[in-house]
Design a binder for this molecule. Structure first.
Ligand code: FES
Ligand code: FES
Length: 152
């Protein structure tokens, strides 16, 4: 075990981690931050999507040790001043959330997309969210949420 420190959602945090521990496990079990979901642990579903130094990654595929000293944003860190991020608000408003298990990953991936491309085409949305799986919604309302958040 070793003690890891990183900058998480605007604050310095630290906890013990073992050598092979994933960043997702570290977040959930080490730091008690349960926003990033664990569905497949194989990089297949996107439910654990986070921004590591501004880059969208699956936290289950990154070693916790690789995040040491780096900047990490999870779904808990997107909103400001106690307000939902506009992507979170759009998902709620359009009914794009059913069981909600996939939602944190979609929200983080959508926020990343809109930061890069404020008014994405349907193809861009499909491409950007192709790594995120949802078993419930059929994706139509998720598309509505992305378009609403984009203001189109
Ligand atoms: S839990 Fe990481 S991609 Fe599914
Ligand atoms: S809302 Fe249930 S998996 Fe997406």
């Amino acid at each position: 075990m070793s003690r890891l420190r990183l900058h998480l959602n605007g604050e310095e945090v630290e906890a013990e981690a073992w050598e092979g521990e994933s960043l997702l496990y570290f977040l959930r079990e080490g730091l008690g931050r349960f926003g990033s979901k664990n569905a497949c642990e194989q990089g297949e579903c996107g439910s654990c999507s986070v921004l590591l130094d501004g880059r969208l990654v699956c936290a289950c595929l990154v070693l916790a040790a690789q995040a040491e000293g780096h900047d990490l944003v999870t779904v808990e860190g997107l909103g400001e001043d106690g307000e939902l991020h506009r992507v979170q608000a759009a998902f709620a408003e359009t009914g794009a959330v059913q069981c909600g298990f996939c939602t944190p990953g979609f929200v983080v991936a959508t926020a990343d997309l809109l930061a890069r491309s404020p008014n994405p085409s349907d193809d861009e949305i499909r491409e950007a969210l192709s790594g995120n799986l949802c078993r419930c919604t059929g994706y139509a309302k998720i598309f509505d949420a992305v378009r609403l958040a984009a203001g189109s």
